[in-house]
Design a protein around this ligand. Structure first.
Ligand code: KG4
Ligand code: ZN
Length: 332
């Protein structure tokens, strides 16, 4: 019954979780508000905020789980991918605490952890296809087992979360725009505006063309009517959201059919999107596939997903050296 402390610091959320025998006892997330004013994550500010938050975040998680240092069997941490300065804080903290308590370390790939967020409250069967959609990545994976997955498609440019955030920025909405687009879209007509969808072969995605076509469309309309955005904001959000969701689910469906799976899963921060969740469930019903979506707090960046990978790696004694370094690019 291993008890694992997990640390996540790859981007702008400092998170710590405690997992005992595969059950999450605590998952504390300190989000950084400092980036809002800059319209995106500022790496240097993120590292500094991680330094300020990490001790209190770990301490809160340990207290919530009623776990003392002596109860721990291993420390899991995000090694990459992510912002190097942010990763360094978590990796160094894990090494320091691990050395002080004489514990084994478990390194975790952040993208593998997003997929495995689906293993926290239930265990999907294999093989299945997982669509991971976050602010930095859009990936389709064939998942054959808990630690056994192959990338079969990904975005060639912007990630799905970026498509939401950059479209929101064009509409004058604050960062991060994704949740706001979702909220406003609920009052809008998704059929009002049509945007061209990219024609990309296979299971890869592209979102930069969509962003450009939205930008040119808005610039043209605003020239004719300066109030165009304000008068059509809800319909614009609904139409943009529908376009992004349609692009994502069309590829997911094709990948699931091509690989003859019976189950599909969603992961990553964008899986909080209400339209994506709704249409994903409908897709499952239409094809007779079982669907999996993690609980909301396990969709966005969190340490519980790092802890669950830690749990599976502990079972096979997959520990890493204390010489290990953070890596900003870490293929799955
Ligand atoms: O996985 P995540 O928390 O962080 C990364 O690893 O990137 O994902 C953050 C992304 C942001 O782009 C944010 O706008 C988007 O997820 N997001 C949403 C929603 N909630 C978060 N996008 C659309 N609709 C939402 N409800
Ligand atoms: Zn993430």
């Amino acid at each position: 019954m291993p008890t694992i402390l997990a640390i996540e610091s790859s981007c702008d959320d400092t998170s710590a979780a405690v997992c005992k025998d595969g059950k999450i006892l605590a998952n504390i997330i300190s989000s950084q508000q400092v980036h809002e004013a800059w319209g995106g994550v500022v790496p240097e500010l993120a590292s500094r905020a991680h330094m300020k938050n990490i001790i209190v975040t770990v301490d809160t998680a340990m207290k919530k789980a009623s776990i003392s240092n002596q109860d721990l069997d291993a420390i899991a941490f995000t090694r990459g991918p992510g912002l190097i300065g942010s990763l360094l804080v978590g990796v160094s903290f894990a090494k320091g605490l691990g050395m002080a308590l004489d514990l084994p370390l478990i390194e975790v790939n952040h993208m593998q952890a997003h997929v495995m967020a689906n293993f926290i409250d239930e265990t999907p069967s294999f093989p299945h296809i997982c669509l991971t959609v976050s602010g930095g990545h859009t990936q389709l994976l064939l998942v054959r087992g808990p630690l056994d997955m192959t990338l079969i498609g990904e975005s060639l440019d912007d990630a799905a979360g970026e498509a939401f955030d950059k479209s929101a920025k064009i509409l004058g909405l604050p960062y991060p725009g994704g949740p706001l687009v979702d909220k406003l879209a609920q009052l809008g007509n998704p059929e009002k505006f049509k945007f061209a969808k990219p024609q990309i072969e296979g299971f890869d995605f592209s979102f930069s063309g969509l962003k450009t076509s939205i930008l040119y469309f808005i610039q043209k309309q605003v020239k004719e009517n300066p109030n165009f955005i304000a008068e059509n904001l809800n319909d614009l959000c609904a139409s943009i959201q529908k376009t992004i969701v349609d692009i994502l689910l069309k590829k997911l469906e094709a990948a699931a059919i091509a690989n003859e799976v019976r189950e599909i899963a969603l992961a990553g921060g964008v899986s909080a999107n209400s339209e994506l969740r709704r249409k994903f469930s409908e897709l499952g019903i239409k094809n007779g596939w079982k669907t999996h979506i993690p609980k909301f707090e396990y969709c966005t960046d969190n340490a519980a997903m790092i802890a669950i990978v830690g749990h599976y790696k502990y079972e096979i004694k997959e520990f890493c050296s204390y010489e290990i370094e953070a890596i900003p690019r870490y293929p799955i």
